[in-house]
Design a binder for this molecule. Structure first.
Ligand SMILES: [Mn+2]
Length: 352
């Protein structure tokens, strides 16, 4: 187990976020919890998962809860007493008020407190095995997209394309989608997170695809915008502007740089063209077991990139009533520069 968490002798960490639990234990099921101390590690689950948990989590003691076993609060309280814990810390962004009340009530004089640093901190830098999985997810997404392009024709709906892309990724070995696929055509492209709908593609449309694959628990994230037919001068101009910004963002990345400097490098390109207001979100985010994780690279991001971080670089320009362009890669941060994991070409693609 990767137990590098800084825990005092009488302190435990209660883990709820499924990806944090998976990171520490290897458990891939749902509805389960972890309790980790300096010496012990418990995976708290029910009969649906006990056999799986025993296989996946050799370094964890499997503890059963739920009928006929005691409820969660009592289960944690019993473990706290057995291991002599005085304090249990929890992930403050993931414990609901109801769960907080149940557990703290059952714990009695054992303190139940928010963790100041938790598993997320360990996940910030990806080890080689993790980077390999993300790269594999990126490769699957690249290859699925290459196949999908033949289906991007007039009359097809956004939803058809989203479904086909998901299917292609699964055929290529993905466990599924990294997140709900975005396909935004024509004027829908002005919504950065448009939901694929029944709109039929027509000649002249910009079509934005934002998608990724899930492979061995890890995710990739990429966006490409293509034009159905010949690009207009305005489409070319905006596309090349976003591409220039994206390349400037990538060029600014290396270990030791704060996220806001990377955001600024890309953003200044779009601001200089007078379209600063049309780039309405942060430049990118970390990606790994979760699709969105630290560092969130915006104008306020003071987090320092480290070798082994994996981040997205995804500037966009969105014009209501007209449409939009976004270009996104997932990249691994190196001492000097990056390794680009999503390799689909970025020159403006005009589909015949
Ligand atoms: Mn993204």
């Amino acid at each position: 187990m990767r137990n590098e968490i800084l825990l005092g002798g009488a302190e435990g960490l209660f883990i709820l976020r499924p990806t944090n639990l998976r990171y520490l234990s290897g458990f891939t099921g749902a509805d389960s919890y972890g309790l980790v101390t300096e010496k012990d590690a418990f995976l708290i689950t029910d009969s649906r998962y006990t056999e799986q948990a025993a296989k996946e989590c050799p370094h964890f003691e499997i503890v059963r809860w739920r009928d006929p076993f005691p409820p969660l609060g009592e289960t944690i309280s019993a473990l706290a007493r057995k291991t002599g814990l005085e304090k249990i810390r929890f992930e403050p962004s993931f414990v609901s008020f109801a769960l907080y009340r149940e557990i703290s009530g059952a714990l009695g004089d054992v303190a139940f407190l928010p963790a100041e640093k938790g598993v997320d901190l360990l996940r910030y830098v990806k080890d080689e095995e993790e980077r390999t999985r993300i790269a594999k997810a990126a490769d699957i997404a690249d290859r699925a997209f290459a196949t999908l392009l033949s289906k991007v024709v007039p009359g097809t709906t956004e939803r058809d394309l989203a479904r086909d892309l998901a299917y292609e990724m699964e055929l290529l070995g993905a466990e599924g989608k990294a997140f709900d696929i975005i396909v935004a055509s024509g004027e829908n492209g002005s919504m950065p997170h448009a939901i694929p709908g029944r709109r039929r593609l027509k000649r002249g449309d910009f079509v934005t695809f934002d998608f990724g694959a899930l492979y061995d628990g890890y995710r990739s994230d990429m966006t490409r915008t293509v034009v159905l037919g010949k690009a207009t001068p305005r489409q070319k101009e905006l596309y090349n502007l976003v591409l220039e910004a994206q390349q400037a963002g990538i060029a600014a990345i290396k270990a030791g740089v704060p996220g806001r400097e990377v955001d600024a490098a890309a953003r200044s390109v779009i601001v200089s063209a007078g379209l600063g207001d049309a780039f309405s979100h942060g430049l990118g985010h970390g990606v790994g077991l979760d699709i969105h994780e630290e560092p969130f690279m915006s104008a306020r991001c003071t987090k320092i990139l480290e070798k082994g971080c994996v981040v997205t670089v995804e500037p966009g320009v969105y014009l209501k009533g007209w449409g939009g362009v976004r270009i996104e890669d997932s990249v691994a941060v190196e001492s000097e520069g990056v390794i680009i994991l999503t390799r689909t070409p970025k020159e403006l693609l005009e589909l015949a």
